[in-house]
Design a binder for this molecule. Sequence first.
Ligand SMILES: [Zn+2]
Ligand SMILES: [Zn+2]
Length: 320
Amino acid sequence: MKFVAMLVLLCLTPAALAQTFAGGIAPRELDPAAGISVILLGTGVPLANPQRATACTAVIAGDRIYLVDTGRNCLIPLTRAGIQDIDGIFYTHYHSDHFIGLGEILLNMAIAGSTDSVPVHGPVGAIEVVDGIVATYRLDLSYRLAHHGDKFSAAVMQPRVTEHESGVVLEENGLKVTMFDVCHAPITPAVGYRFEYQGKVIAISGDTNICPAYAESVRDADLLVSEVENTQLFNAAINAARSAGNARQVEMIEEGIEYHADSLELARMAQEMGVKKLALTHLFPSIMPTDQAEALFTRGMSDLYKGPIVVGRDGMEVAP
Ligand SMILES: [Zn+2]
Ligand SMILES: [Zn+2]
């Protein structure tokens, strides 16, 4: 049997062989002349949903690929999208559901043969978080360097981190990235990003409730990728928890609602700010990716927002 398997492998073309090692996924073909789009890689929240990784969005600008946040299991939808190398990472804040997948993404890049250290951008706190992850991998790195020598890049496991104040944080290859403050109190700093490329604007919210700072920063965006929570669904859960005498659960839900973006308020804000297309991510509660659940989740939004609404599922690509 082993012999037959060997024969099959020997008959594969180099490209097919590479796919065999990447779970059958072909590398994504990148077109320098292409515009800007996003892939919603992680649309979940900390409470586990096997159908959703946590916060992670790829922004593709021509042949460059950036990530906004690197949540739990982000590597899996990233691999499914045929992406291995990353040109930069932007962090919105340091709740762990937004960064905990970083180590595995870097390790995968290093094993696959990447050699360059990835630039990481974020508000204050990025150095502490990335240093912590690098420290976690220190033993692993020592084993791999001792075993593989310079075939394994130590540089990839040590990202280049820059902490920023809000404002323009990157301009390269025609892409301009602006960091803006959002409202996720008591968590500060908490930011979102505006990506401008070839005349199109994509804004990504990070975690926030609806507030003037958030609204102003997404004005006239061609695409807004926003976090969202559905207060109506939570009200039913709160009533059930209260009836069951579960005060802890009532408070946990109420505290969650406070610092996330209510679906109807989000729809109203998107309409008022002239947002041309809305994509929902970080869905809270973390519904199943079914048409029925999504219809329930978005109920009432189309009455307030007249543009298209995309309910995010992991791996979904959205263009402005
Ligand atoms: Zn979050
Ligand atoms: Zn958060």
